[in-house]
Design a protein around this ligand. Structure first.
Ligand SMILES: Nc1ncnc2c1ncn2[C@@H]1O[C@H](COP(=O)(O)OP(=O)(O)OP(=O)(O)O)[C@@H](O)[C@H]1O
Ligand SMILES: Cc1cn([C@H]2C[C@H](O)[C@@H](COP(=O)(O)O)O2)c(=O)[nH]c1=O
Length: 212
C-alpha cells in the first residue's frame, strides 16, 4: 500500500535544491502534512557509506559503469529502508535527487546511454517512480559559482569535472524533460530564492491537491 507522495528535486550543482527543499518542508509541516526530507546518494547509513566512496576526490580511477552501479546500489538500499516505509506511512517524501540524476549524469554526461542506465536502475527501483520531479534549471557557470561561494560545502569528485561535463548534465536534464513531460516540471532556478520557492510551491500544491 502506498498512500504518501513521492516528490523528487533535480538539477545541476548549486541549483538551490537543498535550500528550497528545506523551505517546502517547513511550509508543508506548518500546514499539517507529515513530511520527510532525504537525499541521494545517502539518506541512510549504507547509502551514506556508498556516497563516501563515489564522491571521494581520491577515487579518480572510478570507471563510469562502476559509478553508475554504485549510485543504483545506494538508491536500492535507500528505497527499501527509507522511501517505501515513509510512503506506506503516508508521508510527503521530498528527495534531493533520484533516478534522473543517474540518467543525466551517468547516462547522458558520461555517455553510458540514458536507456542503459535506466535499465540497471529498473532492477533497483522496481517501478517506484516519483509522482512529480521539480527540475531546477540553471546555467552550470552560475550554479558552480554559488557552490564556490558556499562556505563549508565540501567540494566532491563530481564537482571537479570539467565545465563541459556540467553543460552535458544540463543538456541531459533538458532531454529528460522531453522524455517525461508529465512528470518533470521546470523551475527557473537562476531567480532569487523567494521567486524560486514560489514556483516550486505552486507546482507542489497543484500535485498535492490532486489537480494533476
Ligand atoms: N536562488 C538562489 N539565488 C542565490 N543563491 C542561492 C539560491 N539558492 C541557493 N543559493 C545559495 O547557493 C548555494 C547552493 O545552494 P544549495 O546547497 O541549496 O544547492 P544544491 O542544488 O542543493 O547544491 P548541490 O546539490 O550541488 O550541493 C548556497 O550557498 C545557497 O545559499
Ligand atoms: C543521485 C546521483 C547523484 N549524482 C551526483 C550529483 C552530484 O554531483 C553528486 C551528489 O552531490 P550533492 O551535493 O548531494 O548534489 O552526485 C550522480 O552523478 N548520479 C546520481 O544518480
Amino acid at each position: 500500500m502506498n498512500n504518501g507522495m513521492f516528490i523528487t528535486v533535480e538539477g545541476p550543482e548549486g541549483a538551490g535544491k537543498t535550500t528550497i527543499i528545506n523551505m517546502l518542508a517547513n511550509r508543508l509541516e506548518a500546514e499539517g502534512f507529515q513530511v520527510l526530507q532525504t537525499r541521494e546518494p545517502g539518506g541512510i547509513e549504507i547509502a551514506e557509506q556508498i556516497r563516501g566512496v563515489i564522491l571521494d576526490k581520491n577515487n579518480t580511477k572510478m570507471d563510469p559503469r562502476t559509478e553508475a552501479l554504485l549510485y543504483a546500489a545506494a538508491r536500492r538500499q535507500h528505497l527499501v529502508e527509507k522511501v517505501k516505509p515513509a510512503l506506506e506511512k503516508g508521508y510527503v517524501l521530498l528527495c534531493d535527487r533520484f533516478i534522473d540524476s543517474s540518467l543525466a549524469y551517468q547516462g547522458y554526461a558520461r555517455g553510458l546511454g540514458i536507456e542503459e542506465v535506466f535499465s540497471i536502475n529498473s532492477f533497483a527501483i522496481e517501478g517506484m517512480m516519483p509522482k512529480l520531479t521539480l527540475y531546477f534549471d540553471i546555467e552550470p557557470e552560475a550554479g558552480l559559482e554559488r557552490i564556490n561561494q558556499h562556505k563549508g560545502r565540501e567540494v566532491n569528485r563530481l564537482d571537479l569535472e570539467k565545465l563541459d561535463f556540467h553543460h552535458k548534465v544540463r543538456e541531459g536534464y533538458l532531454k529528460l524533460m522531453e522524455l517525461y513531460p508529465d512528470r518533470i516540471y521546470k523551475i527557473d532556478a537562476s531567480r532569487p530564492v523567494e521567486d524560486v520557492y514560489k514556483q516550486a510551491e505552486a507546482k507542489l500544491k497543484e500535485v498535492l491537491e490532486g489537480k494533476i
